[in-house]
Design a protein around this ligand. Structure first.
Ligand code: F0G
Length: 350
């Protein structure tokens, strides 16, 4: 059967009716790759849920197909979000698909080039503010409260509904939930959605167990780990450069109910995982996505998985092409030589 998008596939788990106009880019159904390198290193089967393979290159498409479909059903004319980049790229694309006006507020200078390009080419109204994501989100909340514009950040419950389909796909693929699930944490909507999804599948007896949720924030943007709002969060992983996550409480609930943890990883640890994924697995992710892998490598070093059996799934939230600058800056540049056969052969070392 051909894939028609995640709402079509998981309709019975989602708040849609026959009257809901389904706005889709055929998102979802993303690869779940067994990682040879990480499995050998950790001694458990490590799978990579590569949500960078979604149409706009991030997991946001899962929530956005729901949020935009419901916005159209409601009859709104415009949607708005604050974003570190991926939400705005996705909102812009889905809005373009159905003729909605899309307004995005982004932190000036702190969104990756590819994401900015996406919001612009899809004709969103892009407004950069001299402030960070948390400031932008507060502005968007106030504006969407007061004007007939739909909020499409993950505070919109339909976003969470769409995003909970990733754990459904994982359970369908593995025939059960994994033992551990590792995930980057920024505004904390996705960890909330995964935990909801895993619980619903178990309640419906489509899986027999629940995973321990392992969330990872960037070290200098780790409000949940540090138990305080971070006024000036910093990290190279700009997608998760967030100091006051909107879904803070549901993220800690996922951690505590599952018996998991939320920890932090440094930019160096993120960069190392970023390179390992690219070199050892052929999987190019953006730095924020690598936090899930950096996290399990850190836990492994500390002996956390000792004596454990079974599997770990790491969510890779966004595609590496989103942030081409970082890729080029973090690797040695190609050398430039004369276009001459002998010189090229010598350079290759033949
Ligand atoms: N990874 C990527 C690539 C992201 O873009 C985000 C969030 C996260 C992880 C964290 O997910 O917020 O649900 O905990 N990006 C948002 C945005 C904030 O505006 O695109 P979360």
């Amino acid at each position: 059967m051909s894939w028609k998008g995640l709402i079509h596939k998981y309709k019975k788990f989602l708040p849609v009716t026959d009257k809901t106009p389904i706005i889709t880019l055929q998102e979802g159904n993303t690869p779940l790759l067994l990682s040879r390198y990480l499995s050998e290193k950790i001694g458990l089967d490590v799978y990579l849920k590569y949500d960078g393979a979604n149409p706009t290159g991030s997991f946001k498409d899962r929530g956005m197909t729901m949020a935009i479909s419901k916005a159209v059903e409601k009859g709104v004319k415009a949607v708005m979000c604050a974003s570190t980049g991926n939400t705005s790229a996705s909102a812009a694309a889905f809005s373009a698909r159905c003729g909605l006006k899309c307004i995005v507020l982004i932190p000036e200078g702190n969104i990756a080039l590819g994401k900015l390009a996406q919001a612009m080419i899809h004709n969103a109204q892009v407004i950069a503010i001299k402030g960070n994501f948390d400031v932008a989100l507060n502005l968007v909340k106030t504006i969407t409260d007061e004007y007939p514009i739909e909020l499409v950040n993950s505070l919109n419950p339909f976003r969470i509904e769409g995003q909970k389909t990733a754990p459904f796909e994982i359970c369908d693929f593995l025939s059960d939930a994994p033992i551990f699930h590792s995930i980057p944490v920024g505004n904390a909507g996705n960890i909330t959605a995964y935990w909801k999804g895993y619980k619903e599948y178990k309640d419906k007896k489509l899986s027999t167990r629940l995973p321990k949720m392992l969330g990872f924030q960037a070290a200098k943007s780790a409000p949940i780990v540090d138990e305080k709002i971070i006024e000036n969060p910093e990290t190279i992983a700009t997608a998760i450069r967030i100091g006051n996550p909107a879904s803070w409480e549901t993220a800690t609930a996922a951690r505590d109910e599952s018996g998991g943890l939320i920890d932090k990883v440094t930019d160096d640890e993120i960069l190392l995982a970023y390179k390992i994924l690219a070199r050892e697995e052929g999987v190019f992710v953006e730095p924020a996505s690598a936090a899930s892998v950096a996290g399990i490598l850190k836990l492994n070093e500390a002996g956390y998985f000792k004596g454990q059996k079974g599997n770990i799934v790491c969510t890779l939230t966004g595609h590496g092409l989103k942030d081409p600058n970082l890729a080029v800056e973090s690797i040695q540049k190609p050398i430039v030589i004369e276009p001459d056969l002998k010189t090229v052969i010598k350079e290759i070392g033949l």
